[in-house]
Design a protein around this ligand. Structure first.
Ligand SMILES: NC(=O)C1=CN([C@@H]2O[C@H](COP(=O)(O)OP(=O)(O)OC[C@H]3O[C@@H](n4cnc5c(N)ncnc54)[C@H](O)[C@@H]3O)[C@@H](O)[C@H]2O)C=CC1
Ligand SMILES: O=C1O[C@H](COP(=O)(O)O)[C@@H](O)[C@H](O)[C@H]1O
Length: 267
């Protein structure tokens, strides 16, 4: 891509994973309401490319998106127990502000950080905990209707719908990534659900790279590594985006230790 990519929420956990993995592959504009730590800034990023602003501040967002070819929109309140006033402002109004500015600026594609919590209510008492286990065949694939776990999940389902609206009416290419549970170095410890939806840092960066490069129209995909335990299908992401994850929570013990290091030396 020749034009810059605007990354909102650049200083957060997902933003840092993306910048660490593919920071040198694009010309970035980074927007966050907090300063982005210098250690995560790609080499070519200058002070002019870093915007400290809120995504609900329309004038700042319009300036940030001007001339960008794509937007990766991460900024928002990530707390599953976030209150309505926060998700309404940061997640719903913020996403609409960025989408609206993006189409007005002629941006071609928009990659949205949705969440497992947009569909968390499929995890019924009858299905859990079996669905978190390797031998269970239940799968969600992104074609199902949203069933949010909480108001945060409602805000993510709303972001997906806003993306659909701007795709249908303004021809914007949109990918909504229902991110599972991103942790660095190892899967969430002693947490079956978290290990079923683990997204490693390198698979996260690779998936967002594929969202920026692949040819598609509007997609909802799950963002998890290739975990043996899984209840989210990653087949659509493989087929349409060319996602080829390298990590699997089964390569770690339940306590989060890499199994390889525990195996006796075979030499
Ligand atoms: N970390 C995870 O496992 C998952 C994350 N997500 C989504 O990914 C996105 C990023 O999440 P994380 O990096 O984990 O969260 P984070 O809290 O580490 O990062 C969010 C970043 O966005 C910024 N931000 C928040 N509200 C803003 C606003 N109104 N204007 C400008 N900047 C704002 C924050 O300053 C922060 O740097 C969120 O939308 C979250 O809902 C979804 C599923 C799982
Ligand atoms: O959307 C999100 O989901 C992950 C996983 O959810 P959890 O309920 O298992 O913790 C969460 O860690 C992350 O903060 C959130 O943004």
């Amino acid at each position: 891509m020749d034009e810059p990519v605007l990354l909102t929420g650049a200083g957060g956990r997902v933003g840092r994973a993306i910048l660490t993995g593919i920071g040198e592959a694009y010309d970035w504009r980074l927007l966050d309401r907090e300063p982005v730590a210098a250690e995560f800034l790609p080499d070519r990023v200058t002070d002019d490319d870093v915007i400290v602003a809120d995504v609900t501040d329309e004038a700042s967002v319009r300036e940030a998106v001007d001339g960008a070819g794509a937007v990766v929109h991460l900024a928002g309140d990530p707390r599953p127990n976030a209150p309505w006033d926060s998700v309404l402002a940061n997640n719903i109004d913020g996403t609409q502000t960025v989408l609206s500015a993006a189409v007005d600026a002629g941006v071609d594609r928009f990659v949205f950080a949705s969440s497992n919590h947009a569909a968390g209510a499929y995890e019924t008492d009858e299905r859990t905990p079996d669905m978190y286990r390797t031998d269970d065949e239940f799968r969600l694939d992104g074609s199902e209707l949203p069933r949010p776990s909480n108001l945060y999940g409602v805000s993510k389902a709303t972001g997906e719908t806003l993306g659909r609206f701007y795709h249908d009416h303004h021809d914007l290419t949109v990918a909504c990534v229902r991110i599972g549970n991103l942790t660095k170095g190892h899967p969430p410890k002693e947490y079956e659900r978290g290990q079923a939806m683990w997204l490693s840092h390198r698979d996260c960066a690779h998936l967002f790279d594929r969202c920026l490069r692949a040819d598609y129209d509007y997609e909802i995909v799950y963002g998890i590594s290739d975990n043996d335990r899984k209840y989210y299908s990653i087949e659509r992401a493989r087929e349409v985006l060319g996602y080829d994850p390298q990590d699997n929570s089964a390569e770690y013990t339940f306590a989060g230790e890499p199994k390889e290091e525990l195996e006796p030396d075979s030499a």
